[in-house]
Ligand binder design. Structure first.
Ligand SMILES: [Zn+2]
Length: 265
């Protein structure tokens, strides 16, 4: 694990997750003002999510913390409550390219769902947040007991595979400014709000391109009034036009996710 990254294995819970008693509920604010925001947990039958939350610990996920490490055994799954994680493909020379994004709509630790033990990717927090951390063993027991949970986790693993395929095509054929617009839209969907606390250096890394290219691309979007910078943070000013500025990949992903959602209802 690169030494700049944070190892979460000894992270202490900031908030002991609650199963619905003592004033914290899956709908409202918890004892420490932590709302449950993970969409998978929110969509599950109440007894299933309460059971999971009761076994999980709500922990802080600082920027650059590693949730799953490439080729290492997966010890925990994370239902992200806030913040944004990047799924990275790491090459032998240490370079990494983003192949997926997970926020409060998903979970980290997908291979476990199929019974696999190790991670083929590095999953790193790019925007700090919180998440419900649950051991692989507890998750597997819960999954055996609830077909709704199993189905929901399987669906998300397909969504992540869909992203990986689209991003691979996108990185190969689309221009940096279109890819930047696509990335900003995907990030906003996953974190909510219009402020994205990221540097251009980071964006270049995520888009697998040079920083100078991202500076030019961001400058174009800024000049057109689609984004701005507020106290060092990137702000989305005009989402509708940003969608037009994106390559087809954002609309393709959105359309497919919508189709799958209606097929599963
Ligand atoms: Zn694209």
């Amino acid at each position: 694990m690169p030494n700049k990254l944070t190892d979460l294995r000894r992270a202490k819970p900031v908030v002991q997750a609650d199963s619905g008693r003592n004033g914290a509920s899956r709908d409202g604010a918890g004892r420490n003002g932590q709302d449950l925001a993970n969409q998978i947990l929110l969509d599950l039958p109440r007894n299933v999510s309460s059971n999971l939350i009761g076994k999980a610990q709500l922990i802080k996920l600082p920027i650059h913390s590693v949730l799953n490490e490439i080729n290492e055994q997966i010890q925990y799954l994370y239902f992200i409550n806030s913040g944004l994680a990047s799924v990275l493909n790491v090459l032998h020379d240490g370079k990494s390219v983003e192949v997926g994004l997970t926020g409060r709509e998903g979970f980290v630790g997908v291979p476990v769902i199929a019974g696999f033990k190790t991670s083929p990717t590095r999953v790193v927090m790019q925007i700090e947040g919180t998440g419900h951390r649950i051991s692989v063993k507890d998750l597997q027991v819960a999954m055996k007991a609830s077909s709704a949970l199993e189905k929901s986790l399987l669906r998300y693993s397909q969504e992540l595979a869909l992203q990986a395929g689209q991003i691979a095509a996108c990185n190969r054929v689309h221009e940096v400014d279109e890819r930047l617009a696509r990335w900003l839209l995907m990030s906003q969907d996953r974190i909510g709000g219009s402020l994205i606390p990221l540097t251009q250096e980071f964006l270049a890394h995520m888009l697998g391109t040079r920083r100078a290219s991202v500076t030019v691309a961001a400058g174009m979007l800024q000049k057109a009034g689609l984004i701005s910078y507020v106290r060092g943070q990137l702000k989305i000013e005009d989402r509708e036009r940003l969608e037009h500025a994106s390559c087809e990949c954002y609309a393709t992903l959105t359309r497919q996710l919508g189709a799958w959602k209606s097929e599963s209802e």
